[in-house]
Design a binder for this molecule. Sequence first.
Ligand code: SF4
Ligand code: MG
Length: 321
Amino acid sequence: PEPLLEVSHLKKYFPVKSGLLQRTTGQIKAVDDISITIQPGETFGLVGESGSGKSTVGRTIIRLTDKTDGEIKFKGTNLYDLHDHELRKLRPKMQMIFQDPYSSLNPRIRVGDAIGEALLDHSLVPKDEIRDRVIEVLGSCGLSSYHIDRYPHEFSGGQRQRIGIARALILNPDLIIADEPVSALDVSIQAQIINLFRKLQETAGLTYLFISHDLSVVEHLCSRVGVMYLGSMVEMATRDEMFLRPLHPYTKALLSAVPVPIPRLKRERIILKGDIPSPANPPSGCKFHTRCPFAMAKCKERTPEFRDVGGGHFVACHLEV
Ligand code: SF4
Ligand code: MG
C-alpha cells in the first residue's frame, strides 16, 4: 500500500545568534537528515532524550515550523508544494497532541465548545449537528455529555488529555502526531491513556507518530521504533527487534534503564557518561562517541552510515553486528 507518511532526508536548522546585534554565528542542526516511512494503521515510536530533535521532527511534518531541506509526503502529496488553501483543507487529516493539553485550552471556554470549535473552523458538519458530534467523540474518549459544559480547570490531568484527544479526533484525522502525550501523567493514568490510544486506533483507523523519551511507554503501543540522538536517527527496527536485539550502544543504554519484569531478560546496566552535548556544537564523527562506552579511535573521525542489517533493522554504528 501507499505509505501514509514519507519523510525523506528531513533537515531543520536553527540559526544561533549572539552579541548586541544578534549576528548569526552558527547553526543548530536540530534535525539532520531524518527519513521515516509510516504505513497506514502503523504506530511509529520516535524516542530520544530531550534535545534530540524528536519534537522538531513532529512540528516540521505538520508544518508548525518550516523545514530547512528534505521532503515530506502525506498520502503521496508533497506537503511543502501545497498552497495555503490546499494545506488548510488537508490540516484536519493530520493532528498533533501535546504533552500539556491544558496550555492549549482557553480557561474561559467550556470544553464542549473548545472541541466543537474545530469542526466549525473547518466547516466540516452543519452547525446543528456539532453538539451530537461533540458528545459522540467525548464518549469515545471516555468522557460524557455531562462534561460538555464544564471548564478546563474542573478536569484532572488525565481527563484533560482525553479532551485534547477528543479535540483532535473530532476532525476525523488519518495521522496523529502525539508529542509526549502521557509524560506529565501519573503512571496509572498513563496506562489508561495508552489504552485509549490503542482502542482509538482500532475504532477510528488511526496511524500514530508517537514521540516519547520513555521507552516503556513506546514498548506498549508501537509496532516500530526509531531512536534519535542529537538530530540523527541512530537505530530503527520493529518493536520486537528493538527490545530483544538492540544494536546501538545508545539504544542499549536507554533500554538498560527500563525495568524488566522477567529477570531472565535482565540487561546489563549501561550508564552513560555526562549529558547530551549541545546541538550547536556536536561531537565529530559519531556524535555519540563522547558518551559511548564502546567508542574506538575511528568513531571520533568517521560518521557511521545508517545501514540496513536485515529484517527492517537499521543502525548507525561502526561496531560489527
Ligand atoms: Fe559508539 Fe563508535 Fe558505535 Fe558511535 S560508532 S555508537 S562511538 S561504537
Ligand atoms: Mg520535546
